[in-house]
Design a protein around this ligand. Structure first.
Ligand SMILES: [Fe+2]
Ligand SMILES: [Fe+2]
Length: 268
């Protein structure tokens, strides 16, 4: 059995700090073989940098997926390009820095990780359906291997449709980008674990990670204001997965939504 933890969008310094602080306890609780995070918001909500990612790699993160914000920091493009553990959306042009798939082996265990962006209410990109179909065609036998897809998209209908499209082809299709965890985790009939959105690791006493006063001003008065990461109401949002390495099918998906104070009082 392969056990893994996948953390949804890690937002800014508060999100990185929560993850860094809580990973030792979560590793002890779940004993994951692989740890995967969505890192598109690591650096103050916009993109990622070597400085923001290195401490997370050092404390056990194996693979980082992206999304529409992956390339926000121009100074990090070479770092992204050079790091095989950073996965970019498959349905972006080949010229966009990053690896379109990360295959990681640990002893007998192997996982392939992909990232796709949605098209609805998102920056322009190619069809995630076509990109995935082409990947399936180019990778015969993928159904029997462990493959995880981070589907970074806004629309619940697009995510749900892609889930039916991918069922039986991949081990897990996990939604990110909305930063709000959905209550629909399940294993689909052909063995693919699915959740519409894993949710965000960071401040939830906020508007998707940003100080709520700033976003209220923006909505009420229409003024462009500089975003600042909120530090209130910190949570870890993730899913725990168990996969069968012999068949590539999912055996279990368990959403985790831990409030920081809950974690602090654990064991007392
Ligand atoms: Fe995000
Ligand atoms: Fe996003």
């Amino acid at each position: 059995m392969i056990k893994l933890l996948f953390f949804g969008d890690i937002f800014g310094k508060p999100g990185r700090q929560v993850l860094y602080d809580q990973l030792p306890a979560l590793k002890a609780e779940f004993a994951p073989d692989f740890i995967i995070i969505n890192g598109e918001n690591l650096a103050d909500g916009r993109g990622l940098t070597e400085k923001t990612l290195k401490p997370l790699f050092n404390c056990g993160v194996d693979i980082v997926t992206g999304g529409n914000h992956l390339w926000d920091r121009h100074e990090s493009w070479d770092y992204i390009r050079a790091n095989p553990a950073i996965v970019k959306p498959l349905n972006f042009p080949a010229e966009a820095p990053g690896n379109p798939v990360c295959v990681l082996r640990k002893g007998e265990l192997e996982i392939s990780v992909l990232n796709l962006c949605g098209q609805i209410y998102m920056p322009p990109c190619d069809s995630p359906f076509t990109a995935l179909e082409r990947w399936f065609e180019a990778n015969p036998g993928h159904e029997g291997r462990c493959v995880l897809v981070d589907l970074h998209a806004e629309s619940t209908s697009e995510k749900r449709a892609l889930a039916w499209f991918a069922d039986g082809h991949v081990s897990a299709l996990l939604g990110t980008h909305t930063h709000i965890q959905t209550a629909d985790a399940e294993i689909l009939p052909q063995g693919t674990a699915y959740i519409t959105d894993v949710g965000m690791t960071g401040s939830h006493d906020s508007v998707i990670g940003v100080k709520k006063e700033i976003i209220l001003q923006k909505f009420r008065h229409g003024l462009p204001l500089r975003y600042e990461a909120s530090q209130l109401g910190l949570q870890v949002n993730a899913v725990y997965l168990e996969l069968d390495p012999a068949t590539g099918t999912a055996l279990r998906i368990e959403p985790l939504r831990r409030r920081l104070q809950d974690l602090e009082t654990e064991g007392e």
